[in-house]
Design a protein around this ligand. Sequence first.
Ligand SMILES: NC(=O)C1=CN([C@@H]2O[C@H](COP(=O)(O)OP(=O)(O)OC[C@H]3O[C@@H](n4cnc5c(N)ncnc54)[C@H](O)[C@@H]3O)[C@@H](O)[C@H]2O)C=CC1
Ligand SMILES: O=C(O)C(=O)Cc1ccc(O)cc1
Length: 364
Amino acid sequence: MKGNIIIAGLGLIGGSLALCLKREHPEAVIYGIDTNKEQAQLAKALQVVDHICEDLAKAAPLADLIILAAPVSQTIKLLSFLKSLSLKKDVIITDTGSTKEQIMHHAKKMNMEGSFIGGHPMAGSHKSGVAAAKDILFENAFYLLTPFEDKAKIDSLKNWLRGTRAQFVEVSSEEHDKMTGIISHFPHLIAASLVKQADRHSASLPLISRLAAGGFRDITRIASSSPEMWKDITLHNDQNLINMLETWKSDMDRIIMMLKNNDEDDILDFFQSAKAYRDQLPMKAKGAIPSYYDLYVDVPDYPGVISEVTGFLAEDRISITNIRIIETRADIYGVLVISFQTEEDREKAINCLQKQTDYDVFIP
Ligand SMILES: NC(=O)C1=CN([C@@H]2O[C@H](COP(=O)(O)OP(=O)(O)OC[C@H]3O[C@@H](n4cnc5c(N)ncnc54)[C@H](O)[C@@H]3O)[C@@H](O)[C@H]2O)C=CC1
Ligand SMILES: O=C(O)C(=O)Cc1ccc(O)cc1
């Protein structure tokens, strides 16, 4: 498609969308704007955008598509600003914010039902900034839309965003904030609180930081995300989070009681019911919290074993994005965790290692 696109917010998400748009619509012209001038210049230098937009008030009236990819509190301000301008009749404005209720409510208050479509690509990372942007970020991920009613505009937006290769799903903003609260925002609070708990004890138990290198580091990875972004998300989804925290508190009280009563059956049931639900969650689809397609390889602990494994993968031209050893295992075997960019690469790696070695490989 041809047209002028403005992306406001040239970080991980704005930058990744720009790359998808350029690949799919090479004739479109992408203008990027960011309050952080260094990010804007980097986006231009990396050819993520065609031009830096110096003045949104001048550029926006020429735009066919405007994507707001800034923190959610800024999205509200940007919507108000856009409302004060005279935009093209058919312009589509969308956002990428992790919360939707307050944003949709504001768009409605601004009478922007005809032009605005709420959006949330459910893929990302704990990394921020345009340097981390990549065009495959949203591949196979859910891309939630919270539209008002204009069917033609929704189709047109999906066409613009075809290059994300994401799966579009329409939901109400209320459902959106409840669901993302449960699977993303609440776990984020808990991950941060787990890290703070380890930190509290680290002075008296200095081995903690080394023991935390494996599983603990994995399950708390999201606590390394942008604090500013998450401050905004938490405030936007406050009521859902308060409700969940109340329920969580009573769950924790129940566990305290089980422990005080030494109640084996209830403790077993607690773990069994959690395992039963987790084990049936889909493994292949990308969820809100990306898995990076990790593969565990149970390798014997001898010098050179990592280069042996990576050598086999290199021979089959399989790229890896990360590799590490879970160091905390006490027995003679060590678990090598290799991350891949795609599901296909991980499948190829499984076949390759099963052919070349007798090491156990498993998907976490
Ligand atoms: N990081 C993630 O994994 C995901 C984030 N999101 C949402 O997408 C949005 C962007 O997130 P990221 O790209 O990760 O953040 P980021 O921190 O990488 O980039 C945001 C950029 O917006 C810029 N910015 C702030 N206020 C601005 C304004 N008024 N006008 C123009 N630029 C402005 C910042 O300088 C920054 O460069 C957020 O609303 C976030 O909730 C959605 C899905 C995943
Ligand atoms: O780093 C991670 O795994 C994330 O949690 C990514 C993420 C962050 C925010 C979103 O709204 C959706 C996905």
